[in-house]
Write a new protein. Structure first.
Length: 288
């Protein structure tokens, strides 16, 4: 009888220790992001020095470093803080990519399957709360090493608006309004390749990505690459992984509509200014 009682106590103790270990587990991963940029400056009438400044600004916007902090179920993805966030001095332009990540913390919980993103746009703070995106991952046979971690390949297809990362500024021919409207409604299918490591058995990943049986260390989606360059497990100082709560609460769909309206206003204002000056137009496309 005593042996049975002792075994029960030991079993309960081990369960508690396992639970505590799972709760205490934390890690962080550093990711470098790069996106190919195509700029059509034909007939733009923009001075060469200004074009160079725009190109430098866009490069800084499209090559960033992010840190993913995580435990077993929750994660926060955030751009690495820099001392100087300005680009090209005063009067610079800033672009916000449609469907792009978060300007603040991006919280994901794989247990509740919910997310919360802090975004600042047009001087207002938003908190985008929604269900996690779902991915139909296909497990592939290929493997490769990323750093010291054996990684497995997985693929999926995502839908994106055909002009999600495309910006046109300048004169617009009124005869092409219907053509422009049709273009805005087009959806393109973008293949995604993910590399995940079961050495780190959490279902997290950079940006929107998650749902594999190991931490996602690399993403290739269209002309965008996200690559993990550093991993730290069980750091001495634990991070706060609580869900963000500041900002006007909206869904992703509501936020996309707000962004779409503001971007349209910006394009029209820029177009009117260029018509008055007699200059041509400029087209910027991010990715493929």
């Amino acid at each position: 009888m005593l042996n049975v009682l002792l075994k029960s106590i030991v079993f309960i103790f081990l369960l508690i220790q396992t639970a505590l270990s799972a709760q205490d587990f934390q890690g962080s991963a550093v990711y470098q992001t790069k996106t190919k940029l195509e700029m059509d400056l034909a007939s733009s009438g923009i001075p060469a020095d200004r074009i160079q400044r725009i190109q430098e600004m866009m490069k800084n916007q499209l090559e960033k470093t992010y840190i993913l902090t995580f435990d077993k179920t929750a994660s926060i993805y955030k751009e690495e803080e820099k001392l100087d966030q300005s680009v090209g001095g005063g009067g610079g332009m800033r672009f916000s990519m449609m469907g792009g990540g978060a300007s603040g913390k991006y919280y994901k919980n794989t247990q509740t399957k919910t997310s919360a993103k802090e975004n600042e746009f047009s001087g207002k703070n938003f908190l985008i709360k929604d269900a996690l995106k779902t991915y139909e991952w296909k497990m592939e046979q290929e493997t490769k090493m990323i750093g010291e971690n054996l990684c497995f390949k997985a693929t999926t297809i995502i839908e994106m608006p055909a002009n999600a990362n495309s910006f046109s500024f300048g004169r617009r021919n009124n005869d092409n309004k219907e053509e422009v409207k049709e273009e805005e409604e087009k959806i393109e299918l973008v293949p995604v390749i993910a590399w995940y490591s079961m050495d780190i058995p959490v279902s997290h990943g950079p940006g929107d990505y998650w749902g594999l049986p190991g931490l996602i260390l690399e993403i290739n989606a269209g002309n965008t690459q996200i690559l993990c360059t550093k991993i730290v497990l069980n750091p001495k100082e634990k991070a706060d992984l609580s869900e963000p709560s500041k900002g006007k609460v909206v869904t992703q769909k509501e936020y996309d509509e707000i962004l779409k309206v503001k971007m349209k206003e910006m394009r029209e204002r820029f177009s009117n200014e260029r018509q008055k000056s007699g200059d041509g137009g400029m087209h910027i496309r991010v990715g493929g």
